[in-house]
Design a protein around this ligand. Structure first.
Ligand SMILES: [Zn+2]
Length: 459
């Protein structure tokens, strides 16, 4: 990048910096919910920014539900209570945009969900059990409409029952993304949908039963079978929307204000992704988008700010301008997610369990494909002496964007605790892992990686 380019004002750049500093301050103070960080005037003076920059920073904090503006006497920017929603949505937006396929998603689910039920079987509380029973009862009560397309609630509860917040969040992201694929799925002429449904319900019962009785092995097996069936179902029922198609507007969007803007951002992003719009192309001018989605200018602009924050699209002013499709950048989502998880009080064990599952999966995938991947192997060989970069390359080499992003989250999260280094010891271990991968020996590669991660965690 040239000095001139580096000095160019990035839209929202200053606001993002202010938001980050406020985020760090909130977390450093232990997230005192309700505490006032300052009035608008005080904050403007402190950061030396204009009203519009400060307001944009506040909108970002509100979007992440870290803080919100309280009006009136004694008001100001207050620390807000945590909510999972926006954090996982940021990841969902990114993964949807880079085109994570149903197969990519199911592979990640197969790595994480059996682990989550294994942990749940050991840790489930009475309250979790009540929630699980309720979710199973709902499947029966709403039998006419229930099917694999709605098979989420039970999995969310199971993931949360694992007691591992990293696992809980990542699985929730996977479920939201799979649900989009499932909802778009089509029936197959002549198929017995009733039998499919009964099968899915029975498998859910088996998983829950194993968790209730604390049988970790049975829970893991039942979940693995269930996911294999779901993967098959998605494969057989998937449909592709023709490229270039945009859903007809105006959209019948529910909600008001900021909520409506979020829905609109989701919808625009869906249309960009589903329509196969190329990076750099103009999705539509502001006037066209107002007409197409039938919303007010202020709602559209708010939605555009969210899209800009996630690097999904950017509004270009002037002649030939409009909403320009961008190359998505996961950095903001990864940072936000790691921050969110960090303040959930993640222990070294939680972190290691997830990293082990994700990276174990990565080496397996790469080992299986290693035979015809000379270029990939070359890149990996170059990264052998570069600590965490080797692990990132390995995740990238899977070609699965879900695994690549999840590994980056776990690495950023663990960076403060333990990280792989550039020592001779680490380089040698990487070399051995790579040798096993190159021979297609996934079992050995998996074992070496597991031992390596344990050694890192023990530092
Ligand atoms: Zn390493």
């Amino acid at each position: 990048m040239t000095a001139a380019a580096a000095g160019t004002k990035v839209p929202g750049g200053r606001a993002v910096q202010v938001a980050r500093r406020l985020e760090d301050e909130i977390l450093a103070r232990g997230r005192p919910v309700g505490a006032v960080l300052g009035s608008e005037t005080e904050l403007r003076e402190r950061f030396g920014v204009s009203r519009s920059v400060l307001r944009e920073a506040i909108r970002l904090l509100e979007h992440h539900q870290l803080a919100r503006m309280r009006r009136g006497p004694g008001g100001g920017l207050c620390v807000a209570a945590p909510d999972l929603g926006p954090v996982s949505r940021a990841l969902v937006v990114y993964l949807e945009f880079v085109g994570a396929s149903a197969e990519d998603l199911m592979r990640a689910r197969l790595l994480l969900e059996p682990l989550s039920v294994r942990l749940a079987a050991a840790a489930t509380t009475g309250q979790d059990r009540d929630r699980l029973r309720q979710a199973l009862a709902v499947e029966r009560e709403r039998w006419a409409e229930w099917d694999l397309r709605m098979d989420d609630d039970l999995h969310v509860i199971l993931a949360r029952s694992s007691g591992n917040a990293v696992l809980g969040l990542l699985i929730e992201v996977l479920l939201r993304l799979t649900a989009r694929h499932a909802r778009a799925a089509q029936g197959i002429p002549g198929e017995d949908a009733g039998a499919e449904k009964e099968g899915a319900h029975q498998r859910n019962l088996r998983i829950a039963e194993a968790v209730f009785t604390g049988d970790a092995d049975a829970a893991e097996t039942a979940m693995t079978e269930h996911l294999a069936e779901t993967a098959r179902w998605l494969r057989e029922h998937q449909v592709r929307r023709p490229a270039g198609e945009r859903l007809p507007g105006p959209a019948s969007l529910g909600g008001t204000g900021r909520k409506l803007a979020e829905l609109l951002a989701d919808r625009i992003h869906d249309d960009i992704a589903a329509g196969g719009w190329m990076v750099g192309s103009v999705f539509g001018s502001e006037t066209e988008l107002l007409g197409c989605y039938g919303v007010s200018r202020s709602v559209l602009r708010e939605a555009v700010r969210l899209l800009e924050h996630h690097s999904v699209a950017r509004m270009r002013r002037g002649a030939g301008g409009g909403l320009v499709v961008q190359a998505p950048d996961p950095a903001a989502s990864i940072h936000t997610t790691a921050l969110y998880l960090d303040r959930q009080g993640i222990g070294p064990a939680d972190w290691r369990e997830v990293r082990d599952a994700v990276e174990g999966g990565c080496v397996q995938v790469v080992a299986v494909d290693a035979v015809d991947a000379g270029e990939t192997m070359g890149r990996l060989r170059t990264a052998v002496g570069h600590g965490e970069a080797f692990h990132r390359e390995l995740a990238e080499a899977t070609g699965n964007p879900v695994l690549a992003v999840f590994l980056r989250i776990v690495t950023e999260l663990g960076a403060r605790q333990a990280a792989c280094g550039e020592s001779e010891g680490d380089r040698l271990v990487h070399q051995r892992i790579l040798q096993a991968v190159g021979c297609g020996d996934e079992g050995l590669a998996r074992n070496l990686m597991r031992r390596h991660l344990r050694a890192i965690a023990d530092r």
